[in-house]
Ligand binder design. Structure first.
Ligand SMILES: Nc1ncnc2c1ncn2[C@@H]1O[C@H](COP(=O)(O)OP(=O)(O)O)[C@@H](O)[C@H]1O
Ligand SMILES: [Mg+2]
Length: 226
């Protein structure tokens, strides 16, 4: 379902060009759990940003379920990001002035159109159910600053799921959390992968975690190494 071909990302800096991603081919089947590992600076986040439609490749293609996402118009790409991808990154990107329930409902509210995703009440019911599933049923009305870092991350997972994405992209989602919280958050992500069949692509430094993946993609200096 995900296929990258000849993917490159070159950054032009004052000190010259940096080939952050230097020609990557990879495929991840639908429903899989794939782990991306590699040292800091090896190009993992640059790769994830291109896969997630967040950063345009310098060359190559990203095909998701038959669609070459970098051939889409800006509006189509925005819709793709909103409906098909769930993002879980290290720094919880919850909007501080919105309650958890509003944060989770927001992507669905943004993508609502006539006859799609039901009405607002429906969206809020789903947001509430997702937060409850993540153990936050008692914190629906809390603001992000009123809950712990682990709870914020759970809310981010709930938000990632609100539009029932095909794929979750998680870039070191737990590296700032303590070990026990990391285990709990990862359990939630793995359960989503297993129970909903959502493809999970996870960048991690935790090798024990990576070993639970069905596919390990090892990156060094912008290339895949065996
Ligand atoms: N916006 C940018 N501008 C210039 N260089 C960048 C930028 N983002 C990343 N890089 C460089 O690209 C390389 C890969 O970075 P990154 O994709 O963040 O790696 P990783 O996530 O594996 O740590 C590094 O050398 C980094 O310094
Ligand atoms: Mg990174």
């Amino acid at each position: 379902m995900l296929s990258c071909l000849g993917l490159r990302k070159d950054y032009v800096t004052e000190r010259g060009a940096v080939a952050a991603v230097a020609g990557i081919d990879l495929q991840v089947a639908a429903g899989r759990f794939a782990a991306i590992i590699g040292r800091s600076g090896s190009g993992k986040s640059s790769l994830m940003a291109m896969i997630g439609g967040l950063s345009r490749p310098s060359a190559g293609s990203v095909v998701v379920n038959g669609t070459d996402i970098w051939d889409l118009t800006e509006n189509e790409l925005a819709a793709f990001r909103n409906r098909r991808i769930g993002y879980v990154f290290q720094f919880a990107s919850l909007l501080p002035t919105l309650r958890l329930i509003d944060n989770v409902a927001l992507p669905a509210m943004l993508s609502r159109g006539p006859g799609r995703n039901g009405d607002a009440g429906d969206t809020y019911a789903r947001a509430s159910a997702l937060l409850a599933q993540m153990g936050l049923g008692d914190h629906l009305d809390a603001y992000p600053s009123e809950v712990s870092a682990g709870e914020q991350r759970r809310a981010v997972i709930a938000r990632a799921l609100i539009n029932d994405p095909a794929m979750i992209l998680a870039d070191e989602p737990t590296s700032d959390l303590d070990e026990q919280t990391e285990i709990e958050i990862m359990d939630e992500l793995l359960a989503v992968n297993r129970e909903r069949g959502t493809t999970l692509i996870l960048v991690t430094h935790n090798l024990a975690l990576a070993e639970q993946a069905e596919q390990i993609i090892h990156i060094a200096r912008g290339e895949i190494v065996e």
